[in-house]
Write a new protein. Structure first.
Lengths: 464, 210
């Protein structure tokens, strides 16, 4: 692999046409839908985005206080609260709660944070069946695949591939009609709900004021998981806390529109604690596990703004790099622009392994423009590039800059180079003096070299 | 069981130690959140709710006879009704030849094609039905049947907008906002209704003062 080609470039190059088409058509629909919905409802949503960003930034910078407040409110509501430092701790805590209750069958609603700690495999190994109930996540699970989009996990698959999976897993003869596939999943998963003895969710937000956990789904799967059994476990990243119930309105209005062009997601649940004594269905026990897993380190860093993210996926949809690669190109649970910042940071000591990801961006700024909490993603990507450079982490895609630095700091050398480089206009690619440039020019053309023009113009100007 | 409470809290505290001045919590008027389409006091709340609920594939109704007609036409012959709605809704359905049970048996949830339960309110701005644990006689009865009918009996529970509904979340341990039928667009972005929850979501408004 040439030094100027990043791993994500290779992934994109080798991506089957079918996959690229599936990703591209889905994201284009989402980008258009989001824009139309926000413009229709707010004209210019910028004021709202900025406000939401400020509320989240404030929360992060007072997270010590808000976490205490959220914990106290949840305890008062009758929930049990746990804290986990690492993925391993969280997995063990989930298993311990299940074991204490003799629970062997878990239904899980879509949650990126459970993906992050690789919960399903761990539970399976420990004798607990854990079934994904979001349609997309269910397909990912039977395919032993991983999600490639925060909101639409199977964005990289088309209906024929899904139909083949269903056939292979005994869910009916081949039929690629999305409605038939959905009905078959409904039937299959309904059995799983009714046999389950625990339900797992993440949380979109937690109000510190009231302890309300907000969980949104379009399919109704989280609700079913909290109606069909008696134990609810919510695994929640510590950054999900917001100050007040009032702020839930702000974030819900932005989340639905940014993620799926809906004013509100179909099912928005506000869960304060276990079910009341009169309610015949739903959890008698509610456990909330607040997960750190590297977040406090991100909070300590200058890139802490990334923790504002509310996982709407809008930055993925609009990113020219994501569109060519799908989420799998990022080799981590979180892909796209947010993932290019978050994944290297959450990796902790493994930062060098993901140090190339911040370079998987043209810095066009579209991600920042659509972000409902106004995260300055391009700025954070630049910081991480700089960090990798300062820590001497080498990764593909970084042309050697030392010769340039030498040229740019010596006026005499610079002047000579500017004029001499005019020779490049007549050189064939193979004779270009810089190797990475040769590779680069194989797929691109440079404009005609006109080095020295600016200096000449300045000189003339001085004379007049 | 290991609980990392102290470790996590300390890590968060230490992470914030180096910060200079911390960002303040912006105060804002919740009117900022209102959609430009929101009619507010210009229109009766139910009318606005009905428009927005229809826009998300919900079916607003104001007469029990409309519900009877819909259920019969759709072949939805058998279902469950909250005993508190027996007189106002259940008996009308039975009279029209539909089979109504006033008990919801968890062992045979698929036998109920429709489920009729009480709504705790509606939100005009978003076309949302509110269900809370106190009014919903059984969470499964409002979720498992193909047709869910949320019955609004208290006209005071028509909330104009989302901020107002948030202010009135109340003390229930579980409140759910339902904005249309259960849906997915996971496969190729194609919209399919009725994934795990109802494929048909109805809101029926009855009682005095409507």
């Amino acid at each position: 692999m040439s030094k100027s080609v990043q791993p994500i470039d290779v992934f994109a190059r080798d991506l089957p046409r079918e996959t690229r088409d599936a990703v591209l058509s889905s994201v284009m629909t989402r980008v258009a839908g989001r824009k139309a919905k926000l413009e229709e409802d707010y004209g210019d949503p910028d004021a709202l985005r900025r406000l939401a960003g400020e509320v989240k930034q404030h929360t992060l910078e007072h997270l010590d206080e808000y976490l205490e407040q959220a914990e106290a409110a949840l305890l008062k509501n009758g929930a049990k609260v746990h804290f986990a430092s690492t993925a391993e701790d969280a997995r063990e805590q989930v298993l311990a709660i299940l074991n204490e209750n003799g629970s062997k069958r878990v239904v899980k609603s879509k949650s990126m944070v459970t993906e992050e700690i690789h919960l399903n495999d761990y539970l399976e190994k420990n004798g607990v069946e854990c079934v994904e109930t979001d349609l997309g996540e269910f397909i990912i699970q039977i395919d032993e695949d991983t999600p490639s989009h925060i909101v639409q996990p199977i964005i990289h698959k088309n209906r024929r591939q899904v139909a083949e999976s269903f056939e292979e897993h005994g869910l009916g003869e081949y039929n690629d009609d999305p409605q038939t596939i959905t009905r078959r999943a409904r039937k299959h998963l309904r059995e799983k709900y009714l046999q389950s003895d625990a339900g797992m969710t993440g949380a979109n937000f937690v109000s510190a004021e009231s302890g309300r956990l907000v969980v949104v789904t379009n399919e109704g799967n989280a609700r079913f998981g909290m109606a069909a059994n008696g134990l609810h476990i919510a695994l929640v990243g510590i950054e999900k806390v917001v100050p007040r119930d009032k702020d839930l309105g702000l974030f819900l209005n932005l989340l639905g529109r940014s993620a799926t062009a809906q004013q509100l997601t179909v099912y928005t649940q506000f869960i304060k604690g276990p079910r009341s004594a009169e309610q015949p269905s739903g959890p008698e026990q509610m456990h909330v596990i607040f997960l750190d897993n590297g977040r406090s380190k991100v909070l300590a860093s200058k890139e802490r703004d990334i923790l504002r993210c509310i996982r709407c996926g809008a930055c993925l949809n609009v990113c020219p790099v994501y569109r060519q690669t799908s989420g799998h190109g990022y080799r981590a649970v979180y892909g796209g622009p947010v993932g290019a910042v978050l994944s290297p940071l959450l990796a902790g000591d493994d930062f060098p392994k993901y140090a190339d990801l911040p370079k998987a961006s043209s810095l066009c700024g579209a991600c920042n423009e659509v972000c409902p909490v106004n995260i300055p993603i391009p700025e954070l990507l630049l910081r991480l590039r700089s960090r990798a450079n300062q820590e001497g982490i080498k990764s593909a895609g970084s042309p050697p800059m030392a010769p340039f630095a030498k040229l740019a700091t010596s006026p005499k050398l610079w002047r000579t180079a500017m004029t001499a480089s005019k020779a490049m206009n007549h050189l064939p690619i193979t004779m270009m003096p810089v190797k990475p440039l040769q590779a680069w020019l194989k797929i691109r053309t440079l404009p005609k070299w006109s080095g020295g023009e600016f200096r000449r113009w300045m000189k003339e100007r001085g004379r007049n | 069981m290991k609980n990392d409470e102290d470790t996590v809290k300390l890590a968060v505290k230490e992470a914030l130690l180096g910060l200079g001045e911390r960002a303040v919590l912006p105060e804002y008027d919740s009117a900022l959140l209102l959609s430009a389409r929101h009619k507010g006091s210009e229109q009766d709340g139910w009318t606005e709710f009905a428009e927005n609920f229809s826009a998300v594939s919900g079916k607003p109704m104001q007469e029990v006879t409309d519900l009877v007609e819909f259920l019969k036409e759709g072949g939805f012959g058998k279902g469950y009704c909250d005993p508190e709605l027996k007189q106002a809704v259940g008996e009308v359905l039975v009279e029209a030849g539909l089979q109504v049970s006033y008990e919801f048996d968890h062992q045979r949830v698929d036998d109920y094609v429709f489920g009729i339960t009480k709504a705790s309110g509606v939100i005009a701005e978003s076309g949302t039905v509110i269900l809370n644990d106190e009014d919903t006689v059984d969470r499964l009865a409002a979720l498992a049947p193909w047709v869910h009918v949320a019955v609004l009996t208290d006209q005071k529970k028509v909330f104009a907008n989302i901020p107002q509904a948030i202010e009135n979340l109340g003390g229930s341990s579980n409140v759910i906002w339902v904005t249309g039928p259960s849906k997915t667009a996971d496969i190729e972005g194609i919209l399919i209704e009725g994934v795990h929850g109802p494929g048909v979501q109805i809101c029926l408004r009855i009682g005095e003062g409507k």
